[in-house]
Write a protein that binds this ligand. Structure first.
Ligand code: ADP
Ligand code: MG
Length: 600
C-alpha cells in the first residue's frame, strides 16, 4: 500500500509536469516567478524557520547571482581569464555561487556570533549597500541595468521561452527541496534545529553552533544566488529594483506566511504572496482611484494578523485540513540497527571527576570559594545547599559553561577547566538542565538523537545527498535504545512538548545518555516534580548507578537526596560547610543551621 504522503507528492509532481501543456501563457509566467521566489524562501525556511536566524538581505544575494551572470555574459572588455567564465551562463553560475559563498562567509563571520538583533541588522545593512552598489557602478549599467543577457541552454537545448524555463526552474526548485529535506532529516539537520533550543543546550550536546549557523547562512545565500541567476536569464535584463531591501522583506514574509519551519511552506508562501500581489495590484488602484503600491499595506496588515493568529504559518493549517479525514494515522517503527561502539566504562572505583580549590568570582562576588569535591564510578554525589549557595555556579565551572577563575578540574585524570562545553561533552561528561531545554515540536526520539551528535561523523554534504543513511539508522537506533533504557518507550514518537515535566526531565537524561557518558551532571532534576515522578527519577538514577555511571546531582530538595545519594557535599555562600554520608550530614549542626534553618 502506498503511503498517503507519497500519493500526494506524486500527484503534485504530475500536475507540475503537465502544467505548461494546459495552462495559458500568463499562468506559466506566474508559476515561473513563484518557482523563483520559492527557491529563495526555501533558504529562509532553513535559516529562519528552522535555525531561528533572521535575514532581511536575501534579495541582495539574489542580485549577486543575477548581476554576476549578467555582467560576465554581456561584457565585451573582460580580461581573458575572466572571459572564459562569460562564455557560458553555467560557468557564470559557478562564479556567482563562489562569489556568494565568499560574501556569505565573510558576512557570517562578522555577524553570526553576535546574538539577538545584530544579524538582522547586519543583513539589512548589507542589503541596502549592495542595492546601491548595483545602481552606482557604471559597468553594471547604473539604475538602467544590463540588457542583452543570453538565453540558457541545457544539454544543447535552448531554454528561451517561458514554458521551457518553467521546467528548468521547477526542476531546480524540486532539487533544492530534496536537498533541504535530506539535510533536515539528518544528524546535521538536528544540530541546526538544536540552535532554536539555545546555544547553551546545543553546545552541551557537542554541536558546533557557530559552524551550524554558518552552514545554513551559506545554503540560504546559495539558493538565493541560484534564483537570481535563473531570473537574469529568464528576463534577459537586470536592474537593481528587484534586489532592494523591500523585496528582501517580501521573501521573509513568504517564508513566514507559508510556514517558516516547513520545506513546503516556502512554495505555499511564495505562491500565495505572488498571486495575491498580482491580484491586489490590479484591484487596489481601481478601488482607490489612483496608482501606488497599495498591496504593501495589505501585506503589512496580513503580517500582523499572522503573527497574532497563526505563528507557524499556513502550511501546518493546510496539513491539518488534509489530515483530518485521514483515519488511519501511521505508527512509525522503532528504529533498529547495529549498536554503536561504546567507550568502555572506567574501572570500578576510578575517580571520574576531581575539583580542586576552584574559585569563581563574579566581579566582587565570590560565588565559589576554594571548592573541593570528587565523584567516582558507580556513585551518586549530591551537591546541596540553600538558594544562592553557588551550586549552579559550580555546575557551570565543571561543565565548561563558565570557566573557573582559578583552581583545577580533572576529568578522567586530565585537566579540563579551560575547555569549552563541547570539548568536555566529547570526553564523556553529559548534562541536563535546571530548566528543561527541549525542542518541543520535535519528537522524543529526535530530541534524544541530538544527544548522540558526537557519536556520528558524517557531515553536511553527505546529509544533503542522503549518503549517511547507515550512520543515521544507527544513531536513531541508539536514541531509541536510550529511550527504552529510561522507560519512555511508549512516548518515543510523541512531541516532546506534550510530555509532563517529569517525563521531560527523564527525556533530558536519555538525551544525555545518548552521548555515551561515564559521568552525568544533573542540575536540580527533581525541581517541580510530583511525588511519583520523583520516585521514578530516583529509581532510574539508582539503576544507572548500578550500571557503573558516576552521577553528580545538584539539588535543592533534601529529602530526594537523602534517600539516593552515597555522599553529600553541602555548600553555603560559595563555601563547602560539610561533607559525608547522608545521615551524618543530616545531623551536622552547621548544616542544620544553614540549610535546614534549624528545624528537624
Ligand atoms: P545556587 O545554584 O546554589 O542557587 P548560584 O550558583 O546560581 O546558586 O548562585 C551563587 C551566587 O552567584 C548567587 O549570589 C548569584 O547571585 C551569583 N551569580 C550566579 N551567576 C552569576 C552571574 N552570571 N553573574 C553574577 N552573579 C552570579
Ligand atoms: Mg541553581
Amino acid at each position: 500500500m502506498m503511503r498517503r504522503q507519497t500519493v500526494i507528492l506524486a500527484g503534485f509532481l504530475g500536475l507540475l509536469a503537465l502544467g505548461p501543456v494546459f495552462l495559458p501563457e500568463f499562468y506559466v509566467t506566474l508559476l515561473n516567478y513563484i518557482g523563483l521566489y520559492a527557491i529563495v524562501a526555501l533558504g529562509l525556511v532553513l535559516l529562519t524557520g528552522v535555525g531561528g536566524l533572521t535575514s532581511f538581505g536575501q534579495a541582495a544575494f539574489v542580485g549577486l547571482g543575477a548581476y554576476t551572470t549578467a555582467y560576465l555574459t554581456t561584457a565585451s572588455d573582460l580580461p581573458s581569464w575572466l572571459a572564459i567564465f562569460g562564455a557560458s551562463p553555467w560557468l557564470a553560475l559557478l562564479v556567482g555561487l563562489a562569489l556568494t559563498a565568499v560574501v556569505a562567509l565573510v558576512l557570517g563571520a562578522l555577524t553570526l556570533h553576535l546574538s539577538g538583533h545584530y544579524l538582522p541588522l547586519g543583513t539589512i545593512a548589507w542589503g541596502i549597500s549592495l542595492y546601491f552598489l548595483f545602481g552606482n557602478i557604471e559597468q553594471l549599467g547604473g539604475h538602467t541595468g544590463i540588457t542583452g543577457i543570453p538565453s540558457l541552454s541545457v544539454f544543447g537545448l535552448e531554454v528561451k521561452f517561458g514554458r521551457e524555463f518553467y521546467y528548468l526552474i521547477w526542476a531546480l526548485l524540486m532539487l533544492a527541496v530534496w536537498l533541504t529535506q535530506n539535510l533536515l532529516d539528518s544528524r546535521e539537520g538536528r544540530a541546526i534545529s538544536a540552535l532554536k533550543g539555545g546555544s547553551l543546550m546545543a553546545e552541551a550536546m557537542g554541536v558546533d553552533t557557530a559552524r551550524s549557523k554558518t552552514v545554513i547562512f551559506l545554503i540560504a545565500a546559495l539558493f538565493a544566488c541560484l534564483s537570481g541567476w535563473l531570473y537574469a536569464h529568464l528576463q534577459r535584463f537586470v536592474n537593481p529594483t528587484p534586489f532592494g531591501l523591500h523585496i528582501g522583506i517580501e521573501y521573509l514574509f513568504m517564508a513566514v506566511l507559508g510556514g517558516a519551519a516547513h520545506v513546503w511552506g516556502a512554495l505555499l508562501g511564495a505562491g500565495v504572496i505572488t498571486i495575491l500581489k498580482q491580484w491586489l495590484q490590479d484591484l487596489l488602484p481601481k478601488l482607490f482611484g489612483s496608482s501606488g503600491n497599495f498591496e504593501m499595506i495589505v501585506f503589512g496588515l496580513m503580517m500582523v494578523l499572522m503573527l497574532q493568529r497563526a505563528r507557524d504559518g499556513l502550511w501546518p493549517i493546510l496539513v491539518r485540513l488534509v489530515a483530518s479525514n485521514d483515519g488511519n494515522a501511521q505508527v512509525a517503527a522503532v528504529p533498529q540497527a547495529e549498536p554503536m561502539p561504546k567507550k568502555p566504562l572506567p574501572q570500578p572505583g576510578t575517580r571520574l571527576l576531581e575539583v580542586k580549590d576552584v574559585v569563581k568570582k563574579f566581579g566582587g562576588l565570590v560565588a565559589s570559594n576554594n571548592m573541593n569535591l570528587w565523584v567516582q564510578t558507580g556513585e551518586v554525589l549530591a551537591l546541596i545547599g540553600p538558594n544562592g549557595a553557588g551550586k549552579s555556579t559550580m555546575f557551570n565551572c565543571i561543565s565548561g559553561v563558565a570557566p573557573a577563575t582559578s583552581g583545577e578540574i580533572l576529568f578522567l585524570g586530565e585537566r579540563v577547566e579551560k575547555l569549552n562545553s563541547r570539548e568536555i561533552a566529547r570526553r564523556g561528561m553529559s548534562r541536563t538542565f535546571q530548566h528543561v531545554r527541549l525542542l518541543p515540536n520535535m519528537s522524543v526520539l529526535e530530541n534524544v538523537a541530538i544527544g548522540a551528535h558526537l557519536r556520528g561523523s558524517k557531515g553536511v554534504v553527505a546529509a544533503l545527498l542522503h549518503l549517511e543513511r547507515a550512520e543515521e539508522r544507527r544513531l536513531m537506533a541508539e536514541a531509541a535504545r536510550q529511550i527504552e533504557r529510561v522507560g519512555l518507550k511508549e512516548h518515543m514518537f510523541d512531541q516532546a512538548g506534550s510530555l509532563a515535566l517529569g517525563q521531560q526531565r527523564i527525556l533530558e537524561i536519555a538525551r544525555a545518555l545518548a552521548a555515551d557518558p561515564c559521568l552525568l551532571l544533573l542540575d536540580e532534576p527533581a525541581a517541580g516534580l510530583r511525588y511519583l515522578e520523583k520516585q521514578a527519577l530516583a529509581e532510574l538514577l539508582r539503576r544507572l548507578r548500578a550500571e557503573g555511571m558516576g552521577i553528580l546531582l545538584v539539588e535543592h530538595d533534601v529529602e530526594f537526596v537523602m534517600g539516593l545519594a552515597d555522599r553529600v557535599v553541602v555548600m553555603e555562600f560559595g563555601e563547602k560547610i560539610a561533607e559525608g554520608l547522608p545521615e551524618d550530614v543530616r545531623q551536622n549542626p552547621a548544616v542544620l543551621e544553614a540549610y535546614l534553618g534549624g528545624v528537624a
